[in-house]
Structures are given as C-alpha cells and as structure tokens.
Design a protein around this ligand. Sequence first.
Ligand SMILES: Cc1cc2nc3c(=O)[nH]c(=O)nc-3n(C[C@H](O)[C@H](O)[C@H](O)COP(=O)(O)OP(=O)(O)OC[C@H]3O[C@@H](n4cnc5c(N)ncnc54)[C@H](O)[C@@H]3O)c2cc1C
Length: 386
Amino acid sequence: MKNPEYVIVGAGPVGLVFSLLLAKQNQHLHLLESRKKNDSYSDKRALALSYGTKLILENLGIWESLENKVSEIKDIHTSQKNSFGRAILSASQYNLSALGYVVSYGALSKALEEAVHQSSKIKITYEFEVSAIKNEKDRSTLYGVNKDFSIVAPLLVLADGGKNTTGLVEGLKKKETSYNHMALVTKVTTEIPPNRIAYERFTSMGPIALLPNGPKEFSLVWTGKNKNIQELAKKPKKIFLERLHEHFGDRVGKFLDSDEFITFPLKKITLEDFPKTGVVVIGNSAQTMHPVAGQGFNTGIRDAYALSALINEFEPARVGSDRFISQYYALRKSETKKTLFFTDSLVNIFSNDLIGLSLTRSISLSLLDNLKPIKNFLVNKMSFGK
Ligand SMILES: Cc1cc2nc3c(=O)[nH]c(=O)nc-3n(C[C@H](O)[C@H](O)[C@H](O)COP(=O)(O)OP(=O)(O)OC[C@H]3O[C@@H](n4cnc5c(N)ncnc54)[C@H](O)[C@@H]3O)c2cc1C
C-alpha cells in the first residue's frame, strides 16, 4: 500500500463514509479508531436516513448490502397526548417512494466497515485513541496512549463524534450545552405491526418516536428529562410497556414486548473556533444535536460529502491551506446552523411542559396538517429529506 495521504480520526459512520468517498477518488488514507474492531455492530440505535443520505450510500455501493436491513417510511403520524392537534405526512402526497429509511447504527457500521476492509486504499488501525495532536505547517503528530506517530498529511480530519475534544489540537474550541435530556432506545413489538408508518408523539414525558424497523418491530426512541428517562429505564419490562401504552395511546394497539433498554445522555456541541490550516472537523465532532428530528447523521454525511468534493476540486498542493479550510466551513455553515435551529425549536416547543404551550402545540400540529408550505418544509427536514 502507498503511504497514506490523509488521516482520519474516528471510524464512526461519518469517518467511514468520508474514507470511502476519498478512496473512490483514488486517495490513500489512514483511519484511526479508539474502539475494538466490530465493537460498534451491536449498537441498536435506529437512524432515520434521508433520501440524500440514501443517494450517497448508493453511490458507494453500500445501499445494496444494506437493502434487507433497511425499512422504508411511507407515512409519518405526528400527534400530542391529550390534545386535538395531529398531522400526517404521506410519501404519496409528494410523489415520493418513501419519506425516509430506517437502519440500525450497528448494521450501517458493519456494512461500511466491511467496505473499508476491502479497500486497498484505506488502512485502519483499531484501539488507537488519539489524545493530542500537534499540527505544524506540513506535518501532524498524533499522540495516542503509549503510541505516537508523525505523519505528513495535507489534511487531518477529525470525525471523533460527540465527545468534547477541545484541547485535542491547538485552535479547536467547542461549546457544549447539556439538554438535561436522555434518550431511551429499544425495539418493541406491537399488536398492530408497523406497516411502514413512523410515529412521533409529544407527551409530558418527552417525545416518543416509533420508527418501523423490519416487518414486525418498531425502534423506539423516547427522549425526556434525565430523571424521567432514568426512572423508566429501571422499570421491569411489563410496567415499562404499560407506561409506554399510557403515553403513546392506542394507535398501534398494545405494546407486547421490548428488547434491552439503552440510554444516551443528550447534549449539544457546536464549533466555536477551529485550526486555520491542516485540520477539519466533521460529523458529530463538529455539531452534536438532539435526536428529536433525526438529523445528526444526515448532517454529518453531508459534511463528509462536501469535504470530499472540495478535495476533488482543489489543487492537491492547496488542500489543507487556509483558503481550503475557510471555504469548507463557509460551505457547511448555513445548513448546519439551520438544522441546529430547527432541531432546537422542536425541542423547545414540544419538550417543555409549560402551561400554555400545550395549546400552542395543538394549534401548531393542526396548522401543520392544513398548511402546505409548512408541510413541505417538514417533508424536507423532519421527514428526512426530499
Ligand atoms: C438515540 C439517538 C438517535 C439518533 N437518531 C438519529 C436519526 O434518526 N437520524 C440521524 O441522522 N441521526 C441520528 N442520531 C445521531 C447519530 O447517531 C450521529 O449523528 C452519528 O452517529 C454521528 O456519527 P459520527 O461518525 O460523527 O460520530 P460517532 O458515531 O460518535 O463516531 C465517532 C467514532 O470516533 C471514535 N473516537 C472518538 N474519539 C476518538 C479518539 N480520540 N481517537 C480515535 N477514535 C475516536 C469513536 O469510538 C467512534 O467510533 C441519533 C443519535 C442518538 C443518540
């Protein structure tokens, strides 16, 4: 193998997609990952993918290998407990074959990693946790636990996820805000099978999303205040399923069974400042958002796509230059800002249980069901892209 030219820190879905995009452009690269090989395959969180994400995965030949692990979303039912408001979005109204697609993080990681292992252009080193980076004009030195190596690379790409890695490299500054919320994730079976319908229900215990995952199961993502979610996660399965039914209502009949519960603390991370040459931050490492709107990975994959396209456009000697770096962030700034704003608006309107907001929510949902422009906007964003 030729000496790697790019170094990517983090083999999460965004780092993996970026590596495959670069390899497709005939670039050589080295991917560093702190966890063990195969460790992410058991992550059961469901990711709702947009049509744009599907196109990128198709282009990389990944979609084919995922096909029987992906479920389509044809309709989205949005409602609120104890209120008259509700909204229905249907793919057929927009002449789309689907409003989005659902796949588990583990299945996606496995398909991407297998493709990476097959590529002669990508070297991947597991169990290498980068703890510091010295970024000089033409050389980056990466320090890991008991390991370090120096590499002359035009660009170092940080795709190390939602940890706040301020301090990893000089000039990198992030802002971290806790939502004081957690997500509880599991799979559930119900009396009425999914039939390609996704549900989002806003309750006093936080938003409940049911995403069709296979013909018989839904993936549940229940986000809410830390205390409430921690209490729910400790409940015996039978009581948990009863609570879920109580909050979700009767749309899918009774909840029959669930898998193990996994919880995620939720925080927002935004990039405040970044190194002016040699390093780019993408994916959750650049922006971590609440999962209520299912936009985190969909935004991260567009970072990966934009960066690979810019590398393709630039003269090789100028990749990583200050002009290159500022152009990349300028390209991504507007979309990232809008998506974070949209996501936080949903969190604020639908997750706070303040007096008066309940009526606002009912009205918002009724308006949404009746006003075409609002529906169109949501089809583009909340229902995962057009
Ligand atoms: C409950 C939940 C539901 C979600 N649902 C959706 C959804 O429906 N749709 C959607 O688009 N998004 C969703 N998201 C967001 C999505 O999971 C993230 O946006 C996505 O995983 C980001 O990918 P990433 O590769 O940037 O980061 P990660 O997935 O965090 O991967 C980062 C990788 O970097 C490695 N790493 C970290 N630090 C180091 C280091 N110092 N050295 C070496 N390696 C390192 C980690 O081990 C990891 O493998 C959801 C998130 C949650 C929590």
